[in-house]
Design a protein around this ligand. Structure first.
Ligand SMILES: Cc1cc2nc3c(=O)[nH]c(=O)nc-3n(C[C@H](O)[C@H](O)[C@H](O)COP(=O)(O)OP(=O)(O)OC[C@H]3O[C@@H](n4cnc5c(N)ncnc54)[C@H](O)[C@@H]3O)c2cc1C
Length: 305
């Protein structure tokens, strides 16, 4: 018979790791399962300077600190990709790589993942110049030219990070102004080695063995030009990681998990935290906050049942 945990947390990003701290400090037995690497999106973030208490900290460093903290009060951690959640005799039975885990409550904290462009060359040159992670791959492009696609916070933040490594960053954005926070925009405009290609979208990533150019189409003139580059970093938005939970009936039309203010879904004992939840602001601090709320709600659910 498998061990019955009080709480199983799916995903070890800031939401899952904070839920782990709160649940284990409340003396619940907790298992946190992660399919890739703990830290979640923070592992692919250069500098974080808006998480309270840290004026500036690298994403990987904050991941490590949170992970060590999450285990301090007894949370167990294991790697595993949860592909199914079933309700059997009032318990949640989770499946990961043909192994089963059993719990009284579940917290879904599976976050989001980067959207792809879906243009020719993107798959072909994946890891040969196409990247979704400046922290992971930026160093390969030292003193070279890279294109960043996008104009939101992530695109501009990561363009700034890359600008300290590479010779030149060219931001290609579909609008005539950035969407990123003003402080990031000001920094980007002040950088001599960041250039902009406005009102343009990428249509093809070209190369031979590796990327050597990105073809972009101007949305006003329809003219297509090649922007020479050794690498292309794509930041055009995120998708919720919920494809494994589609049969549960808890997702909105965009695939985000719907929950009440206690972060409980319509399935009793199934809670949600972080970017995967239907909400407005997706940041480390809001993910952590969700983790605390979901864990406390799981605690109350167990107390009352
Ligand atoms: C490039 C970039 C820069 C950013 N910069 C900042 C910033 O400066 N400041 C800020 O506050 N925020 C920033 N963010 C946003 C921030 O990283 C996210 O809001 C935060 O990480 C969300 O945390 P989370 O725990 O909800 O999800 P995630 O961090 O996405 O973690 C979810 C985890 O769940 C795992 N998982 C998914 N599905 C399963 C499954 N079925 N089974 C097991 N495990 C699973 C994933 O592998 C992942 O590790 C940035 C994001 C990006 C991409």
């Amino acid at each position: 018979m498998e061990k019955i945990y009080d709480v199983i947390i799916i995903g070890a990003g800031p939401a899952g790791m904070t839920a782990a701290i709160y649940a284990s400090r409340a003396n619940l037995s907790v298992l946190m399962l992660e399919k890739k690497f703990y830290g979640g999106q923070m592992q692919s973030t250069g500098e974080i300077e808006n998480y309270t208490g840290y004026e500036e900290i690298s994403g990987p460093e904050l991941s490590e600190k949170m992970f060590q903290h999450s285990k301090k009060f007894g949370t167990e951690f294991a790697f595993g990709h949860i592909t199914d959640i079933k309700e059997i005799d009032g318990l949640k039975v989770l499946t990961a790589n043909s192994k089963e885990y059993v719990a009284k409550t579940v917290i879904i904290a599976t976050g989001t993942e980067a959207k792809s462009l879906g243009i020719p060359g993107e798959d072909k040159f994946s890891s040969k110049g196409v990247s979704y992670c400046a922290v992971c791959d930026g160093a390969f492009f030292r003193n070279r030219k890279v294109v960043v696609i996008g104009g939101g916070d992530s695109a501009v933040e990561e363009a700034l990070y890359l600008s300290n490594l590479v010779e030149k960053v060219i931001i290609v954005h579909r609008r005539d102004e950035l969407r990123a926070q003003k402080i990031l925009q000001d920094r980007a405009f002040a950088k001599e080695n960041i250039e902009f290609v406005w009102e343009s979208v990428p249509v093809e990533i070209k190369g031979d063995m590796k990327v050597n150019a990105v073809s972009v189409r101007n949305l006003n003139t329809n003219e297509i030009t090649d922007v020479e580059a050794d690498g292309v970093f794509i930041y055009i938005g995120m998708n919720p990681q919920t494809s494994d939970f589609q049969n549960l009936g808890i997702l909105d039309e965009n695939g985000y998990v719907i929950a009440d203010e206690h972060l409980e879904t319509k399935l009793p004992g199934v809670f949600v935290a972080g970017d995967v939840r239907q909400k407005e602001i997706r940041q480390v601090v809001t993910a952590a906050s969700d983790g605390a709320i979901a864990a406390q709600s799981a605690y109350k659910y167990i107390e009352l049942s």
